[in-house]
Each structure stands twice: as structure tokens, then as C-alpha cells.
Design a protein around this ligand. Sequence first.
Ligand code: ZN
Length: 256
Amino acid sequence: MRAVPAGCDDGGMAAYESDGVVLRTIRYGEADAVLSVYTRERGRVSAIAKGARKPTSKLGGRLQPGVLVHLMLHEGRGDMATVRGASVVRTHAGLWVEGYRLRAAGCVLETALRGLPEHEPSEPTFNLLVRTLDLLSEAPPRETPPRVDPLVLGFAVKLLVVGGLLPRLGECATCGAGPPLVGFSAHAGGALCPSCARAGEPLEPGAREAFAALVGRPLSEAAQACPPHAALGVERLVGLVLREHLGVTLKSATPV
Ligand SMILES: [Zn+2]
């Protein structure tokens, strides 16, 4: 807990404004909602929106998952801020008219919620999240499950880059040998050559190439970077890295 300086008139409380993407809303009490928001100014924060679930509340409709809002927040002594006001910057309305997009967006928001630490702002992460939702709200529905949509995977891979968790993929992570690389170990730090592969798991064909292409190409080209046959393999690599470094297993990554 943060120390409150003695003699401080406002008891250490502070108001601030920030753009933020709503990651999750949870019903709280009679009419309140508790939000998880990824803000530009403070990173991921929790905030309570009092009265947000009253039918007359203007706040409630604005504070839906996936919406980019401009928030006025008041930080108290506890962990949770209070929402004083909110205006919509972008609704990402396209997400709500197509079930596939909404489920894909749900995977992105879950990754952000579970993979990003609280109170650690990152401009590149904020921009990546907004850009992903912009693109997803216009994305075509695909045959493959939404959790392996190229934009969902592109977001996750670029998040690893921003977070400094990118595995080594061009050479063996253990001995430095070049291709062929046939295994993968998040613990060892990346792909493995045939001699070192026993320490890891098999590397699925096309996964390494697609992963590297998602790193190197803009998010708008994610579908070209990650062909459908490589998507499950990329998802698996992302999952292994998240589990190794953050101890996170995504609910949305449970095979269907
Ligand atoms: Zn090796």
C-alpha cells in the first residue's frame, strides 16, 4: 500500500483523465459495476462505476468491453479508482453486429486482462490494443475458431514483442545452430535444433515461419502472415511462452 504523506490535505487522493479500453465489467452490488480498464496513462487499472447499472445511467452504456473511452477517474487510498465521468472515443460497433468478431475480441481482451500487469503504462501496448480492436471490428468472419483469428494471434505475438518475451526462432535457443529447427521450449527461450530438441516439444510445421511473419509484418497483414494451417501451431507457441513467463493459461485457448 502506498504511504499517504502526513498533512496531505486530500488524503493522498488524486483525479486524472485517461483514454482507456474496457477489458471487463463485473456486476457489483445493487447497481454498480467494477471495471478492468487498460488506460494510456496508468496501464491496467480497476475502477468502480457507481450506479452504472441503473436504467437511467448514462455511464453504463458507455462502459462495455471493447469500447475505447475517455475516463475521468479518481484514485482513492485503496486499489480501486472511481469513475467520475466517461465519454466514448470509439464504440468499435462492428464487434457487436457479428458474433465471430465479438468472440475474437473477447480473446484479445482476455489476453490483455491476464497478460498485462496492473499500473504499468505502456504506450506501445495501448496503441496495439486499440489498433487490434479497430481492425477486428471490420474483420471478415473465418472458418477457423475466433481464438485463432490472425488478428488475435497477431495481437498476442506483438504483445510478447512489447513485453520483451519474444522467443528465439531463427536459431536453436540452446546451442545456436541454424535450421532445421524441430522443437520448441519456452523455458530454453525458443526453437530447438534436432540435437537439443529432446528438451522441448515438437515444433509444428509452419508455426515458426508464421510466428516470425506476425512479428515482422504490420497487424493489418496478419492474415497474410499467418495462413490457416499454421494458426494452431502459433497459438500453441504463444500459450507456451505465456505459461512459462507469466504463469498464465488463457481460458479462450482451450481447444474446441
Ligand atoms: Zn541446439
